[in-house]
Design a protein around this ligand. Structure first.
Ligand SMILES: Nc1ncnc2c1ncn2[C@@H]1O[C@H](COP(=O)(O)OP(=O)(O)OP(=O)(O)O)[C@@H](O)[C@H]1O
Length: 323
């Protein structure tokens, strides 16, 4: 279990991390989400012992990273995929890491296979890798020691949609097996696909946190019909709140079942009916981080979301190590 407790990091006049608290439980994939410069990397660097905090603590399984015996087999980290020695191949990189951890050379080959780097690619120099290939190598390196905790900084950066899908599978499988995953990103949609608990950070402060579904609110419906005016009247008459959708058509603050029932009862032909997904989450993210975003603030004004404690997740008490 990862516990970040009232963590603060000051660089001269800049509060890079400001009284940040959250926790990640075994079985959970926690997304640490925030715009550029929000303080994500600094928090992860403190967590992994690379930067000392100004105040507060960040522990893994109750230990400071530096106090964990043989940390590489307890905590897998990927903080900078571009940091691998460019003159070595992926295979050499992993074999060297494995040697330091006391692992047999075959372990490196297993991991290369797992992350989808082909034997040919694995023998090429890292200097010639694409960003996505480096990320795959980084994930392989993080998983090499069979850790119970993963800490990954921007791991989906540079991955194509298939790569993001793959990453989700790897991390979901890891968490479902009782592992703890903390990953950062400045991209909401990527975190949304992968994480099941989200901590939103902006200007060094936690602005919201909670299970993805609760942050997203009750999902509404996106609907179009051959007669939207009649549909809106029917929805209003049935007591369903709706408004013109930013995507065109109508957004209804109700489930697709309720909307479909109203349309059927009013004999209105629907041409589209689907869950509006996590549009609420996007609005919330843009709203919360508006002051911290670079460029013009986006998103409508609304009610701020409170930061809340992270309730215990499933599978607490990881049997394998420091989780
Ligand atoms: N060593 C340092 N010295 C001074 N300021 C620093 C240092 N490291 C980070 N900062 C500052 O702290 C703030 C937070 O940086 P951090 O790298 O943690 O953000 P981030 O959320 O990871 O951003 P990004 O998504 O762009 O990677 C930034 O303003 C950054 O310039």
């Amino acid at each position: 279990m990862i516990v970040v407790d009232r963590l603060t990091k000051r660089y001269r006049n800049l509060l890079a991390v400001d009284d940040v608290s959250f926790s990640c439980h075994p079985g959970q994939v926690v997304g640490f989400l925030g715009p550029n410069g929000a303080g994500k990397s600094t928090t992860l660097r403190i967590l992994t012992g690379l930067t000392p905090p100004s105040a507060g603590t960040a522990t893994i399984g109750g230990y400071l990273y530096r106090d964990i015996p043989n940390p590489a087999v307890q905590v897998g980290t990927l903080l900078d995929a571009s940091a691998f020695h460019s003159g070595r191949s992926a295979r050499e990189t992993l074999r060297l890491s494995g040697q330091i951890m006391g692992l047999p050379p075959e372990r490196a080959d297993q991991l290369l296979d797992l992350v989808g780097l082909t034997p040919g690619e694995s023998r090429r120099r890292v200097a010639n890798y694409s960003l996505g290939m480096r990320q795959r190598l980084g994930v392989a390196n993080a998983l090499l020691g069979d850790p119970s905790v993963l800490i990954l900084d921007e791991p989906v950066n540079g991955l194509d949609p298939a790569g993001i899908h793959w990453m989700r599978g790897v991390l979901r499988g890891f968490a479902d097996a009782g592992g703890t995953v903390l990953l950062s990103s400045h991209l909401l949609h990527e975190i949304e696909l992968i994480a099941d608990y989200i901590v939103v950070i902006g200007q060094g402060r936690v602005m919201a946190q909670g299970p993805k579904e609760s942050l997203a609110g009750v999902p509404g419906s996106q609907v179009r019909s051959t007669d939207d005016a009649a549909l809106v009247s029917a929805l209003a008459a049935a007591g369903l709140r709706c408004r013109p959708s930013t995507e065109g058509g109508v957004y209804v603050e109700s489930s697709t079942e309720e909307v479909g029932a109203v349309a059927a009862a009013s004999a209105i032909v629907l041409t589209e009916l689907r869950s509006a997904g996590t549009g609420n989450l996007e609005r919330m993210y843009l709203q919360l981080t508006a002051g911290a975003q670079r460029g013009p603030a986006a998103g409508p004004p609304g009610v701020p979301y409170p930061a809340g404690p992270n309730p215990p997740g499933p599978g607490m008490g990881h049997p394998r190590g420091v989780a």
